[in-house]
Design a protein around this ligand. Sequence first.
Ligand code: UDX
Ligand code: ADP
Length: 465
Amino acid sequence: MKKIEKICCIGAGYVGGPTMAIIAEKCPNIKVTVVDLNENRINNWNDEDLSKIPIYEPGLGEVVGKARGKNLFFSTDVDTAIDEAEMIFISVNTPTKTYGLGKGMAADLKHIELCARQIARVAKSDKIVVEKSTLPVRTAEAIKSILENTGNGSNFQILSNPEFLAEGTAVADLLNPDRVLIGGDQTPEGLNAINSLVQIYANWVPIEKILTTNLWSSELSKLTANAFLAQRVSSINSISELCERTGADIQEVAKSIGTDSRIGSKFLKSSVGFGGSCFQKDILNLVYIARSYSLNEVADYWEQVIIMNDHQKSRFARNIIKTLYNTVSDKKIAFLGWAFKKDTNDSRESPAIYVADELINEGANIYVYDPKVSKNQMLSDLNYLETRTNKDNEKKLNSSSDVYEICNNAHSIAILTEWEEFIDLDWQKIYDNMLKPAFIFDGRNLLNRIKLEKIGFKFYSIGIS
Ligand code: UDX
Ligand code: ADP
């Protein structure tokens, strides 16, 4: 078995950054270098002020602070890091394709392919290449083919080691994972490579929690785990609409079913819809793969999870319009939250983007407060949809770091992210400065409805009539 002394991680994003910081902290004898093409991002990772690292995750600054400069390095020199390392993690982004075959469905693997070609070009010694990014099943085959056909004769072993961390709790998830999954070839060389990676995790993860499988099971397990989790959210959201019609209360229903140990209580929180970089992308991937094997029933089954999620976001927006007397034209709507969940500055696929888009289509002016997402990011999220020109988006979307200013003279407030700081705002002051009737649409069932109704707010919660 190869003892690993130097690791390189390509991609200093939400997955690569936190994962490598924990590996470095837990394995002081391994030199970990995280590389990225994005110079700005690397500069931010190297910022003396740990509050400026590019990813907001509770506890991450302290971990980076402990290891950086000792055995954790951030650099743009990709070639040197590849050359030095015995093990290379690929943690680059794999967004849904926006062009060509599989547009809107398949994962775009261009960054992965570029990494594989770069590794092949630079490597002068044998390497273990670890897929960390979420990938369609059998991507390892493509990586292997590139490495073997374009390399300089070095031997490569490919492992799949999908990341299960959730944003906002990345540090805790990495320190104490439910399991670590490592897939590899079931040949003597493959098993040896698997073992090298097992030994790294064994520095802090109990060995019985480290599962090893073949490559394809590992790749497919990641897609399946995310599809199952997302499916639970869509299932409870589908019932929330029925609750609103029948007088049942979604929180009571969720609690009642969640106490059945076969169902379990997690991921039953009804919301304006799921977001994040993984759920939608991974399900679309699953659907695309199933269709490519002509498994149409399988594809349709999983596609319904996305259809339900789109419906939930849209019905939240339409409910705002309907309640505000069927017109939001030139009305001020305050958004509390833009991130796809609390405790992260990530807004990829956030429901807030789609709700804002639908309201702006009806003429609304959106004013957003989010403690961690910048106005530039919000605008870039909206521009990405290409519904209207960037200039028009700039006219319709505003932001401020003062939540009270955001709510002043608003016709309604919509809660899009469950940031805990929203619970203890001075709601009386907010009410006094809003146009009446003052509406709150709580897309996260975060606030105390009874208390706010007492102040005078008209209140809408998801799944509660
Ligand atoms: C997810 C997986 O949980 C993680 O294992 C994988 O590695 C990456 O994808 P993440 O997207 O970071 O993690 O966050 P997660 O906590 O899963 O939430 C995803 C979305 O579902 C969020 O928008 C969240 O608000 C929403 N959600 C989650 C609900 O609406 N209700 C719930 O009960 C749970
Ligand atoms: P994830 O959530 O999967 O971590 P991110 O978008 O946060 O995704 O991070 C991926 C990172 O990978 C980005 O910072 C991007 O600049 C980087 N990246 C993409 N392709 C390459 C490449 N060929 N070489 C180095 N870095 C890359």
